[in-house]
Write a protein that binds this ligand. Structure first.
Ligand code: BGC
Length: 421
């Protein structure tokens, strides 16, 4: 199947082939709510690493990194903020025509109501350079990080704070102007709410289900208000959220398994999507997981496990797409899909299975407009730190050298053949 992947694939000319990143995960040198949390928690995370990750098969390999506090501090990373041209070269080398990234609110508005003209100019130049290279920019406005002043005001816990986000969005959209067409307001809203407010494993490390629910609802409001504002500026903007979606299925015929899978699917996807779908022009979908349910628990086959301990069933993207299409009838862009694989043992297989799954869904009538792989380069993986390697290109954090992994070279050739380049 992998030998001839390009021969069995048939994608429209307009299909977006690209990669995704977020500001805080690759730019380096940020100063926001996350960087504060990183410094406060690095030592504790290193000390607790064995308890969290000690039963991983690759423990002996990851132990030196995960027990080192430095792993948990983002720092300079790949220095994408200054070296972005090198990364755009990689997109071109892979024949890509789309790139999703986020603008870092804390750079644009470092203090309440204070706009940083230099940072705005830098993002404008960034987008212009993408356009010069015929790469479609897809801009994310919120990808998990908050300016410190906004976090201190209570962030999205307070409904009255939503206006600050909409004001930031308005500034960005008016400044970036007509060069941008596709906008993601929020990345994975309930991952943010659950990690930050239910599990407390991300800042602000709260464990309050009430706050979690409130944040989720305020994020939905933030999306709706932002979408209304942007559509009011111009209907040419196409807007969505990036919704993490997984495929839940019952592992047996028991009523409990089937009911649990349906309930979990609803909580995971539909609870939030229903609140925002009317103001989405398309649906951005991030796809990493499958959950096989027995009784009321996930129990995956566990045959293929990625570096980060996640069960890998990439073909199931087909079911995710078909379900979302049946339910919401919107064009879909896959805004993230990828695998932590430092030695590049499975990435090629993952990508092949994923794009064949997408193609099958399209043959069943689903309109898919793009596939953006996570990630273009190795990135800061939030509370895990720097050791998981999701990049199509590896990054040497000492020298900032980036290098396309073999799977990325293969993927780039496939894209070139599909696009007839
Ligand atoms: C997030 C990314 C993250 C990726 C891999 C998605 O949930 O949007 O920020 O790096 O998954 O964990």
């Amino acid at each position: 199947m992998q030998k001839k992947t390009e021969n069995v694939l048939n994608f429209p000319k307009s299909f977006l082939w690209g990669a995704s990143v977020s500001a805080h995960q690759i730019e380096g040198g940020n100063h926001n709510q996350w960087t504060v949390w990183e410094l406060e928690n690095a030592k504790a995370r290193a000390l607790e690493a064995a308890a969290h990750l000690g039963d991983y098969e690759n423990w002996s390999e990851i132990e030196p990194a995960v027990t080192d506090p430095e792993n948990y501090v983002s720092g300079r990373l790949a220095d994408h903020y200054n070296r972005y041209s090198q990364d755009f070269d990689l997109l071109e080398q892979m024949n890509m025509n789309a790139f999703r990234f986020s603008v870092e609110w804390s750079r644009i508005e470092p203090d309440e109501g204070v706009w940083n003209a230099v940072a705005l100019k830098r993002y404008k130049d960034y987008i212009e350079e993408l356009k010069r290279r015929n790469i479609e920019p897809i801009v994310t406005l919120f990808h998990f990080t908050l300016p410190i002043w906004f976090a201190e005001k209570g962030g999205f816990e307070r409904r009255s704070n939503v206006k600050y986000f909409t004001r930031f969005a308005k500034k960005i959209v008016s400044e970036l102007g007509p060069s941008v067409r596709l906008i993601i307001t929020l990345n994975e809203p309930e991952i943010y709410a659950i990690k930050g407010y239910h599990f407390g494993s991300w800042p602000p490390a709260s464990k309050s289900n009430y706050k979690c629910w409130r944040v989720l609802n305020n994020l939905a409001l933030a999306h709706r208000q932002t979408a209304r504002m942007i559509h009011g500026l111009n209907r040419r903007y196409k807007i969505s959220i990036s919704k993490n979606s997984k495929y839940y299925y019952a592992g047996d015929d028991a009523l409990l398994s089937r009911t649990s899978a349906a309930i979990m699917q609803y909580i995971q996807d539909d609870y939030f999507i229903k609140k925002v779908i009317k103001s989405c022009d398309f649906l951005g979908v991030n796809c990493y997981f499958t959950s096989r349910i027995y009784g009321n628990r996930t129990h995956n086959p566990g045959r293929n496990i990625s570096d980060i301990g996640w069960d890998m069933q990439p073909s199931d993207i087909q079911h995710v797409l078909e379900r979302l299409d049946r339910k919401y009838h919107k064009p879909i862009i896959i805004t993230e899909n990828g695998v932590a694989d430092k030695d590049d043992k499975v990435r090629r297989w993952w990508i092949a299975k994923s794009i064949i799954g997408i193609q099958k869904a399209m043959l069943h009538g689903v309109r898919v407009d793009g596939y953006l792989h996570w990630s273009l380069i190795d990135n800061f993986e939030w509370a895990y730190g720097k050791w998981p390697r999701f990049g199509l290109a590896s990054v040497d954090y000492k020298t900032c050298e980036r290098k396309l992994r073999p799977s990325a070279i293969w993927f780039g050739n496939i894209i070139g053949k599909i696009r007839n380049l």
